[in-house]
Design a protein around this ligand. Structure first.
Ligand SMILES: Nc1ncnc2c1ncn2[C@@H]1O[C@H](COP(=O)(O)OP(=O)(O)OP(=O)(O)O)[C@@H](O)[C@H]1O
Ligand SMILES: [Mg+2]
Length: 260
């Protein structure tokens, strides 16, 4: 079966460092596919290569059967690849609604003042309110993003990304720094995304990973160590062996302290 996203021996070096090293990966349409691995494993770099903010040193990347290896970032976005960042990237002084408008208006090809554009186009405004509702921020549209809690900002980022009508959504450590309650809400949000949005998720919190993912890829030192179902990954001796002394995946990637 062909994947929505296919990576073939993709590599990216920074000087002598092979941050991503010959990674092959297939993400099926509709998948909830998680990428796990210790700090520095190359996870975010892999996302940058897929999203197009970084160019691969070698290898091939295909999206929906099309070779996008050398395609610039904005064209990949237009094909339906959207992402959230490891470090929150909302416009703090704008309201939640205005932040989402930016994503939606850009996608709809509306130039000029975002607010003016929305005022003139009721359907854009409705779409934004609907997106805020989808991510659980229905009552917060008038709040400046800077006044939102950490978890709410991450919800807002998902709404912004969804505004681009993505077919592939890349989430880089969305639950990092969230409280237990926020993490639970966020997990529910991702689980409830429509199936036409394929999700590729980097996450250290293994409870989130095992709850959401139907496939897991383990990255280690830039290399893809294993890909399989959650059960296969838990039981994989190579995964266990790669981390001396670890008897349980929880020991390999301990989740960050809640609320820290
Ligand atoms: N732009 C860059 N220039 C030089 N080195 C980089 C660059 N980006 C990443 N690296 C290096 O590449 C390696 C992989 O980094 P990356 O951010 O992809 O890891 P990660 O798996 O996302 O880690 P974390 O879990 O800490 O987010 C690291 O050694 C990092 O220092
Ligand atoms: Mg990272």
């Amino acid at each position: 079966m062909t994947g929505l996203l296919e990576l073939e021996e993709v590599a990216r070096s920074f000087g002598s460092l092979r941050a991503v090293d010959q990674v092959s990966l297939r993400v099926a349409p509709g998948a909830r596919h998680a990428v796990i691995g210790p700090n520095g494993a190359g996870k975010s770099t892999l996302f940058n290569l897929i999203g197009g903010s970084l160019r691969a040193s070698s290898g091939a990347i295909r999206f929906d059967g099309r070779d996008i290896t050398r395609m610039p970032e904005h064209r990949r976005a237009r094909l339906g690849i959207a992402r959230t960042f490891q470090h929150s990237s909302v416009f703090l002084r704008e309201t939640a609604l205005e932040n989402v408008l930016l994503g939606v208006a850009r996608h709809a090809g509306v130039g000029g003042s975002v607010t003016r554009a929305a005022l003139g186009r009721r359907h854009l405004l409705d779409r934004c309110l609907e997106l805020l509702d989808t991510v659980g921020l229905a009552g917060r549209h008038a709040a400046p993003a800077g006044s939102l809690s950490h978890g709410e900002r991450r919800q807002l980022e998902v709404a912004m990304a969804l505004g681009a009508e993505p077919r592939l959504l890349l989430l880089d450590e969305p639950a990092a720094g969230m409280s237990v309650a926020e993490t639970a809400g966020f997990t529910e949000l991702v689980a409830g995304l429509p199936e036409h949005v394929t999700v590729l998720l980097i996450e250290h919190d293994l409870d989130v990973v095992f709850e959401l993912a139907d496939r897991i890829t383990v990255l280690h030192l830039g290399r893809s160590l294993a890909t399989g179902t959650p059960e296969e990954i838990r039981a994989d001796p190579e995964v266990q062996q790669a981390y001396l002394g670890a008897t349980d995946l929880e020991d390999l990637f301990p989740p960050p302290e809640a609320g820290s």
